[in-house]
Ligand binder design. Structure first.
Ligand code: GDP
Ligand code: MG
Length: 597
């Protein structure tokens, strides 16, 4: 295809503003997929994505569109992940296209993720076509939202296209605008091959599938190609485009987007953002800006039933075939036995992976407190990355500790602003900026990531009745007065409950955790002290009173069926408990003890 007849674009939007629905309409109205094969949210493949209404992996579709000028155009849509955890993948897929449709819900206006995503598109040099979606809703205010886009984002919205992705209104105008307003790609067919690895995933039949955007040169079936980051060489066994089903194609030239396979064993062997070239006569200049995605949130995952450890290992290894962005290594906990320390791109990523392990592999898991990576500066000059509070070195060896800080952007109707400021303040935030667009406030905070990874989202949602939107980016590592707090149950430290906290907050956190554990741990035959300690010093304490009556006594004598029922109940309950010395701690205690409300 000639470059002038290609348009590559992505859709940027806040969650629920209609990105997937618009993609469906574009696919449907151009006849890319036969009507009988259409299903909602064509590009969101995984169940979990559909359930949560988020797009996790970038995916793409190639659309043929006969425009009003009489020419037929190839439109390549790359669907970027719509969540802050996947910011790096978003930024790479943005590099692979020249323009973006900016979708804003005309009944809502610009939200935090609209901003984060559109600025990534602007940074990538995109031409932006604003689209006002959901104009079929009675609450839609397209004129107000146009102004809102100009005020908050600072781009011209005078020609924003009013559409309804639901009814199909305005879709022909969107297709014309893609062709007329977005630039064609550039590239040199005769230069050495240079293609960007945009995404990769594991297909049970084909092995690893690699999605690329060709910048220069031509890739053909049968070529020997090299990944410049890893140096690995593969043959191109299959070359295809996604419509969105795979359709084989003999070659891909500059400006084109497609997929190839070549007996790559695992997704880990591919790096998003890597440059692909020919093994012989390849380019020696990789595309700029490659960096591997770094896990920022770590937690321990342990099987509730210690006998399930091997199953957990299998499951993690299988998942890892398809998701290169989490890290894992074996971990032993004095309290929880064998498990894994896992690193994720963010909290949502953690939840997604844990959900998949529990659901697809039918495992009952204990998740320990999510923690960020602290930088421990030792007196001897060594700097250590601390992924697990349990590995905190002896305090006498520590010079100082640094933690990651983020810049959070929160947009909220002004009646909830006070509560949002209080929440951020409580989480050791430093206010950076506060502006208004109409009755919505936009506030920026410098916050410790550690205070956000846990239940910040939930709290924010609840204090604003769901009206706030939130996004963040990494700022830097900064020193603060941080300490490790341990929790002792019945005088025994439970390593899975230890956390890093700010010294000034330690007493308050310790008290809350002890109070919660007091409620979460059932009574036993003896009384159980629950303590929070820093070093050897106890800073908070609660006691779980002993059980007054021996309930097991009920099991003796009496009706046999009743007895069996009670025993079954006990067994089911036990399954969800872990034994710590003489004390049984229920699974949910590990997460709930840490909630700060
Ligand atoms: P995404 O998160 O941006 O991909 O948003 P979706 O495409 O999943 O849409 C979110 C919700 O808004 C879904 O319930 C859609 O059915 C609905 N929706 C999308 N477009 C429209 C529209 O034009 N009008 C109305 N009334 N609802 C829409
Ligand atoms: Mg979606």
């Amino acid at each position: 295809t000639e470059l002038k007849n290609i348009r590559n674009f992505s859709i940027v939007a806040h969650i629920d503003h209609g990105k997937s629905t618009l993609a469906d309409r574009l696919i449907q109205m151009t006849g890319t997929v036969a009507e009988r094969d259409m299903k909602a949210q064509m590009l969101d493949a995984m169940d979990i994505e559909r359930e949560r209404g988020i797009t996790i992996k970038a995916n793409s579709v190639r659309i043929e569109y006969p425009a009003k000028d009489g020419e037929t155009y190839i439109l390549n849509l790359i669907d970027t992940p719509g969540h802050v955890d996947f910011a790096y993948e978003v930024s790479r897929s943005m590099q692979a296209v020249e323009g973006s449709l900016l979708v804003v819900d005309a009944s809502q206006g610009v939200e935090a993720q609209t901003l984060a995503n559109v600025y990534q598109a602007i940074d990538a040099g995109h031409e932006i076509v604003p689209v006002l979606n959901k104009v079929d809703l009675p609450a839609a205010e397209p004129e107000r939202v146009k102004e809102n886009i100009e005020d908050v984002i600072g781009i011209d919205a005078s020609e924003a296209i009013p559409i309804s992705a639901k009814t199909g209104l305005g879709i022909p105008e969107v297709l014309e605008a893609i062709v007329q307003k977005l630039p064609a790609p550039t590239g040199d067919r005769n230069a050495p091959l240079k293609a960007m690895l945009v995404d990769s995933w594991y297909d049970p039949y084909l092995g690893v599938v690699v999605m690329i955007r060709v910048m220069d040169g031509v890739i053909k079936k049968g070529d020997r190609i090299k990944m410049m980051q890893t140096g690995a060489v593969y043959g191109v066994d299959k070359l295809a485009v996604l419509k969105p089903k795979m359709v084989d194609i003999p070659e891909l030239g500059p400006g084109e987007i497609g997929i190839w396979t070549g007996s790559i064993k695992q997704v880990r062997d591919t790096r998003v953002g890597d440059t692909i070239t020919h093994e012989k006569k390849g380019t020696d200049k990789p595309l700029p800006g490659f960096k591997p995605a770094q896990p920022v949130v770590f937690c321990g995952l342990f099987p509730v039933d210690a006998n399930d450890f091997e199953d957990l290992r299998d499951a993690i290894e299988k998942l890892a075939l398809n998701d290169a962005s989490f890290s894992y290594e074996m971990e032993t906990s004095a309290a929880l036995g064998f498990g894994f320390r896992m690193g994720f791109l963010g909290l949502l990523h953690l939840e997604v992976v844990r959900d998949r392990l529990e659901r697809e592999y039918d495992l009952d898991l204990i998740t320990t407190a999510p923690s960020v990576v602290f930088k421990i500066h030792l007196r001897d000059g060594e700097v250590r990355d601390l992924h697990n509070p349990a590995d905190m070195p002896d305090l006498t060896l520590v010079e100082h500790i640094e933690e990651p800080r983020i810049k959070a952007t929160i947009m909220v109707p002004d009646e909830y602003l006070g509560d949002v400021l209080k929440l951020c303040q409580d989480r050791r935030g430093v206010q950076l900026n506060l502006t208004y667009a109409g009755t919505r406030a936009m506030v920026e905070y410098d916050l410790p990531l550690a205070e956000v990874v846990f239940d910040f989202y939930d709290r924010l949602k609840s204090v604003t009745k769901g009206y706030a939107s939130f996004d963040y980016q990494m700022l830097e590592y900064r020193e603060d007065n941080l300490v490790k707090m341990s929790i002792l149950v019945n005088e025994e430290p439970v390593d899975a409950l230890s956390i890093m906290v700010h010294r000034d907050r330690a007493e308050a956190r310790g008290r809350v955790m002890c109070e919660k554990l007091k409620d979460l741990i059932p009574r036993h035959m003896f009384k159980i002290p629950v303590q929070a300690a820093i070093g050897g010093r106890v800073i908070a304490r609660e006691t779980i009173a002993a059980m007054r009556k021996d309930v097991t006594a009920k099991c003796y004598g009496g009706d046999a069926t009743r007895k069996r029922k009670l025993l079954d109940k006990q067994k089911a309950g036990k399954k969800k408990m872990r034994q710590f010395g003489k004390v049984e701690i229920p699974q949910e205690a590990f997460i709930n003890a840490l909630k700060m409300d």
